[in-house]
Design a protein around this ligand. Structure first.
Ligand SMILES: Cc1cc2nc3c(=O)[nH]c(=O)nc-3n(C[C@H](O)[C@H](O)[C@H](O)COP(=O)(O)O)c2cc1C
Length: 297
């Protein structure tokens, strides 16, 4: 199915975009208007876009019903400062409450029951319950359109970072598991970064992987191996040496799998991949090439 976004009603386009582009981190953005009145609202059209300088961007959308500006947008245009507070599981219900469209001037810190902690540099306070808060000055606001649904990029430069020390590991580094962050999905779904939902992938930056195209054809077109399996194998720098092939060929499970044919061997390699034994998996897959002993004897 292929769609032309211009032919979709705004509501459907919003539903499609926000379901497909997910999970999205959530910024609880605190701002003040020219009179110093505080506002707090969550935004999931949000991310980090630069490390040096440290730049966060979020996007208050013009209201679908009348194209009017949300209070947050009006505020950053009056006072170019914002605190951006990340959202973890313990504060998700209060964050949701803070998204209520209260009238301009209503302080959502109070409505949501959040603690407003005075910032060091900027006027808007930060959320005391948030594990990580950023004090930011607003470099620019970039309107992406005029009507309902149009985003406005608020380009925010981080000038102070506040961390809850309980979120650090023994090395003093932010701990992903302790943070317990939540993210926004489509419709009213959220997801939570629990230990069960986390997994690691070795970074390909350190080596120059041979790529999936560097793998022999019988591996690339395997009936068993998945795209993830091939991606992991392609991250290896080179094909194994004869010595490695010899070493795996004598393992009893390899001998048994080899006797079972190509797919049995690929299934065994897949088990090795699931255990993180990538080089061993590739060695096993290469045994099949000539069907004889890897030493060629
Ligand atoms: C988790 C979550 C994420 C949201 N993300 C956005 C967003 O990225 N952009 C937006 O315009 N509204 C977003 N909203 C809706 C706003 O929070 C809501 O319109 C809020 O009332 C705006 O407040 P304001 O008028 O005080 O700025 C989100 C709401 C929730 C609950």
């Amino acid at each position: 199915m292929t769609l032309d976004p211009a032919a979709l009603p705004t509501k459907d386009l919003y539903g499609l975009l926000s379901t497909a582009v997910a999970p999205r981190p959530i910024a609880c953005a605190a701002t003040v208007d020219g009179a110093g009145r505080v506002n707090l609202s969550p935004f999931s059209y949000f991310n980090v876009f630069s490390t040096v300088p440290p730049i966060l961007v979020f996007s208050p959308i013009r209201r679908g019903r009348d194209g009017s500006a949300k209070d947050t947008l009006a505020n950053v245009q009056e006072v170019a400062e914002v605190t951006i507070n990340v959202v973890n599981f313990d504060m998700v219900e209060q964050m949701s409450l803070a998204s209520t469209e209260y009238e301009k001037g209503v302080n959502e810190f109070e409505k949501a029951g959040f603690t407003a902690v005075a910032s060091e540099i900027v006027r808007p306070p930060r959320v005391g319950e948030s594990p990580v808060s950023f004090e930011c000055t607003v470099d620019q606001v970039v309107p992406l359109g005029e009507g309902g649904g149009a985003g406005n990029l608020v380009v925010a430069r981080v000038v102070r970072i506040h961390l809850d020390e309980a979120m650090l590991d023994e090395a003093g580094v932010l701990d992903t598991v302790k943070l317990d962050l939540v993210a926004r999905m489509g419709a009213s779904y959220y997801c939570r970064a629990t230990p069960a939902s986390l997994f690691e992938i070795p970074k390909p930056l350190r080596n120059m992987g041979m790529g999936v195209d560097g793998l022999p054809e019988h591996i690339r077109f395997s009936e068993v191996l998945t795209g993830n399996n091939l991606g992991r194998l392609g991250n290896l720098e080179r094909l194994p040496e004869a010595e490695q092939l010899r070493a795996v060929s004598s393992l009893s499970e390899v001998v048994a799998a080899r006797a079972g044919g190509r797919n049995a061997l690929h299934r065994l390699a897949q088990q090795y991949l699931e255990r993180g034994e990538t080089e061993k998996a590739l060695a096993v897959l290469l045994l099949e090439l000539d069907g004889s002993s890897p030493t060629g004897q």
